[in-house]
Ligand binder design. Structure first.
Ligand SMILES: Cc1cc2nc3c(=O)[nH]c(=O)nc-3n(C[C@H](O)[C@H](O)[C@H](O)COP(=O)(O)OP(=O)(O)OC[C@H]3O[C@@H](n4cnc5c(N)ncnc54)[C@H](O)[C@@H]3O)c2cc1C
Length: 343
């Protein structure tokens, strides 16, 4: 039931920002409903099943800088949904592999990245496979419509936690100031390819046999992750996620997924030490993230969400920075502000 001090909130988008906001609201006793266009929560922390293997298609790991996020991640570790990774990381120039360590602790979802967002979504009211295409402000509150003509509402408040270019289209008819704030927050695309092999990768001279991740400095590829070398996936069979550079992804934006997968696999092969032979790929593919990484986020850390008197609010990575941590903090801070508990 809606009361004046416990307004009923709709959240559009069940990525990590929307979920962090929802948890802050629900934990303070506020009614909240999430609407997500995909089949499940996760957004850019999505994972995909490929037979027995699970590949992470978006974020590959995340780091922790902020104290509040550290406390949250400790709870995820205790719940068994994240673990530290990678512990064996290489930098590759040409085809020379150099072990890399900056001592920073990084984490990954266990047994897949989307385990984190599934964990956060537990106990929340989540409407999936529902893309919100229009908002209407009526006398009884906000109503949300989907393309099938279904109306959802009324709500006292609407939190929009989707990438800013998409949020802009939803808020434009209602608040031009908010729409203008979204305009500079462009997002770069990223192609993410995957490949599953019929056998483990061979040993490579000078490289630890259990290497987990590689950052590349030239060519179309920027990062390679061995999914079966992430915690909780040890017996899944060899599979890689291959992330393309931003500029390459922009240049190849309209290419076919099959062609992109072929190019990124060829780039990985070219980066292997001479004489290394890859096993046979049994499945390949690629996903294009249209809105992958904020192109700029300015000095938003002290103001990492937006609210209006009419009951609209915006959060997500674009309002703060390019990482999982930034998205969580943006949603968490907005939730705290809406419950009046922001320090
Ligand atoms: C390839 C890739 C690699 C990355 N690597 C890293 C990394 O290594 N480390 C790191 O920290 N970060 C990384 N990131 C960034 C990180 O994943 C994001 O910053 C973070 O997940 C963004 O979360 P969010 O909740 O703001 O947005 P999103 O995750 O995009 O969530 C928005 C949600 O809204 C839904 N949605 C959109 N429109 C609608 C609509 N109209 N109606 C209903 N639902 C809608 C979407 O389906 C999505 O679930 C990476 C991202 C990508 C794409």
């Amino acid at each position: 039931m809606t009361t004046i001090d416990r307004p009923n909130t709709a959240i559009i988008g069940a990525g990590i920002a929307g979920l962090a906001c929802a948890r802050a609201l629900q934990d303070a006793g506020h009614p909240v409903t999430l609407f997500e266009k995909a089949r499940g929560p996760g957004g850019r922390m999505a994972s995909r099943h490929l037979g027995t293997a699970t590949v992470d298609l978006g974020a590959q790991y995340f780091s922790v800088r902020d104290e509040a996020f550290q406390g949250e991640v400790e709870q995820w570790v205790a719940a068994g949904v994240v673990a530290t990774w990678p512990t064996s990381h290489y930098r590759v120039v040409g085809n020379a592999w150099q072990a890399h360590s900056d001592q920073a602790q990084r984490y990954v979802g266990m047994p897949r990245m989307s385990a984190v967002t599934r964990h956060l979504a537990r106990g929340l009211s989540l409407v999936t496979e529902t893309r919100i295409s229009r908002l209407a402000e009526e006398a009884d509150g906000w109503w949300l419509s989907d393309p099938e003509g279904m109306e959802h509402g009324p709500f006292d408040r609407v939190v929009i936690s989707i990438p800013a270019p998409q949020a802009q289209a939803l808020v434009e008819p209602h608040d031009t100031t908010l729409a203008s704030a979204c305009r500079p927050l462009a997002q770069h695309p990223c192609w993410a390819a995957w490949v599953r092999f019929d056998a483990p990768l061979p040993a490579m001279p000078g490289v630890a046999p259990g290497w987990q991740a590689a950052t590349l400095n030239d060519g179309p590829l920027r990062f390679v992750a061995r999914n079966d070398h992430k915690p909780g996936r040890e017996r899944q069979g060899e599979s890689l996620t291959l992330l393309a550079r931003t500029d390459w992804s922009e240049a190849q934006y309209d290419a076919s997924a099959d062609w992109v997968a072929e190019q990124l696999l060829a780039a990985f092969f070219a980066a292997l030490p001479d004489g290394t032979h890859l096993p046979l790929p049994v499945a390949t593919g690629a996903h294009r993230w249209r809105y992958a990484h904020p192109a700029s986020h300015g000095d938003t850390r002290s103001h990492d969400y937006r609210t209006t008197a009419s009951g609209l609010a915006l959060c997500g990575d674009g309002w703060r920075g390019p990482r999982v941590e930034d998205a969580w903090l943006s949603g968490h801070h907005l939730g705290q502000s809406l419950t009046g508990s922001q320090p």
